[in-house]
Design a protein around this ligand. Structure first.
Ligand code: NAI
Length: 481
């Protein structure tokens, strides 16, 4: 029986390994983590992450050929294939701070693997890493190997949170990069045979190591760039009276462009896009490619601009001050169908509103108060470390923020409502009821273009929706950051 061990029981390690276990009953899969609490949650009825369909898969395989354990070294020692899916945060200090990937967790994982291994291993990079990380990892492993053969593969993960299970079951492609030596190619074939249990041969792409590593960074940069492109156009739509939904539809009908991923919004979030682009920028700079670095930097700048533009719309609409006013925030997760708040635009929007002294009341169906308070208190980039290593949140923010478990309570007596995540349930809220219990004039700021603005206007709301023709109320107000 082939044994797989995965280091890192997070958003990638957990679901990916659950699907491998589901599709490969003959393989034993153990997911390990240095966070004992996270492993305990994976072994409980309340999984540590929310992902549609995940509960069923885990229930089906757990205890059969899928195990979660904090005995990291034992399972690494026993495994034939080791996936490494640990955090790769942006560095906050020292060389490359604010851009480069911090490979502390990766390096310590590699050293531990070298230390405890007694048999040959295939080590698979699952985390998104800078190009040429495999080379560094290879050096750490071979210099400490005691005669054991380590083959490094790059197998970046392309799943999207919220649709992870479907993405894993029917991937557009699986990418495997390896050394072009006979041993390297044998390792590629071994990993390929795992995926071949359910992924058609034509969907498995094999490349050299560096191409695989760079493809992941490039793919995320392209995806984020699409959002920043449509968001840049949304600002122009508001200035000119065009409707961004119509423009995006017309543009996306061109088969060379395609219709997906063209929704204007308050901005992109999630643990990867910003981190991976910063990483790409850093790699370009290190290679003397200043123009290329600046080109990709702009994707992040537009994203930041979009968030501050949204805050400015809120504040300027409400007589240029939200001081002491209750503002409801519906949705805190970075997208629907996940409880993940890493780099969610809601953090910057809430911080902007709090900076103007608003009393913010937040409701999200999947995010806890503890998580929200922590996010609003953390410094930039500090979030991407194992939970038990993050600094504790100071209590200062708490006074201005309330977190409730009901959209009607969040909006009661509020002056404005900001929709920051596209949860389906927000579309079917009783907005007449919400309007009746709000202060007047009552405002809705739809950061995801999910609400029926005409219906809201008929009720009496003043409505702002990203990239849509402006209400007369908003027309002459400053929109730029
Ligand atoms: P995560 O933060 O949810 O999980 C990482 C886990 O690794 C944590 O539970 C942490 O305690 C654990 N860990 C850290 N060092 C360890 C060690 N030495 N031994 C054992 N466990 C250790 O992160 P997530 O979202 O799963 O991401 C992991 C990697 O995958 C990142 O590089 C990310 O960029 C990449 N990725 C993430 C995607 C996403 O949608 N979240 C999609 C594709 C790639």
């Amino acid at each position: 029986m082939v044994k797989i061990c995965c280091l890192g029981a997070g958003y990638v390690g957990g679901p990916t390994m659950a699907i491998i276990a589901l599709k490969c009953p003959s393989i034993e899969v153990v997911v390990v983590d240095i966070s004992v609490a996270r492993i305990a949650a994976w072994n409980s009825d309340q999984l540590p992450i929310y992902e549609p369909g995940l509960d069923e898969v885990v229930k089906q395989c757990r205890g059969r050929n899928l195990f979660f354990s904090s005995d990291v070294e034992k399972h690494v020692a026993e495994a034939d294939i080791i996936f490494v899916s640990v955090n790769t945060p942006t560095k906050t200090r020292g060389l490359g701070a604010g851009k480069a990937a911090d490979l502390t967790y990766w390096e310590s994982a590699a050293r531990m693997i070298a230390d405890v291994s007694r048999s040959d291993k295939i080590v698979v990079e699952k985390s998104t890493v800078p190009v040429k990380t495999a080379e560094a990892i290879e050096k750490i492993l071979t210099h400490n190997s005691k005669g054991i053969d380590f083959q490094i593969l790059s197998n970046p993960e392309f799943l999207a949170e919220g649709t992870a299970i479907q993405d894993l079951l029917n991937p557009d492609r699986v990418l495997i990069g390896g050394r072009e030596t006979p041993e390297g190619q044998r390792a590629v074939e071994a990993l390929k045979s795992v995926y071949a249990h359910w992924v058609p041969d034509g969907c498995i792409i094999t490349t050299n190591l560096w191409s695989a590593e760079l493809s992941k960074l490039a793919a995320n940069a392209f995806l984020a760039q699409r959002i920043s492109s449509v968001n840049a156009i949304s600002a122009l739509c508001e200035a000119t009276g065009a409707d961004v939904t119509e423009v995006a539809y017309a543009v996306g009908r061109d088969s060379r462009i395609g219709p997906k991923f063209l929704n204007a919004s308050v901005g992109f979030g999630g643990s990867c896009f910003q981190k991976d682009i910063l990483n790409l920028v850093y790699i370009c700079e290190c290679n003397g490619l200043t123009e290329v670095a600046n080109y990709w930097k702009q994707v992040i700048k537009i994203n930041d601009y979009q968030k501050s533009r949204f805050v400015n719309r809120v504040v300027s609409s409400m007589f240029n001050t939200v001081s002491g006013k209750k503002v409801a925030v519906l949705g805190f997760a970075f997208k629907k169908d996940t409880g993940d708040t890493r780099e969610t635009p809601a953090i910057d929007v809430c911080k902007g509103l709090l900076g103007d002294k608003a009393a913010v009341s937040i409701y999200d169906p999947q995010v806890t108060e503890e998580q929200i308070q922590r996010d609003l208190a953390l410094n930039k980039f500090d979030w991407d470390h194992p939970l038990h290593l993050q600094p504790m949140s100071p209590t200062a923010v708490k006074q201005q923020v309330t977190v409730v478990w009901d959209a009607y309570e969040a909006t009661k007596d509020a002056h404005g409502v900001c929709v920051l995540t596209e949860w389906d349930e927000f579309k079917s809220l009783d907005f007449q009821r919400i309007y009746d219990q709000m202060q007047k004039p009552a405002f809705v700021f739809d950061g995801r273009n999910v609400l029926d603005a005409d219906h809201l206007r008929r009720i009496g709301f003043i409505v702002y929706a990203i990239g849509k023709p402006l209400d007369p109320w908003l027309k002459d107000m400053p929109a730029v950051a």
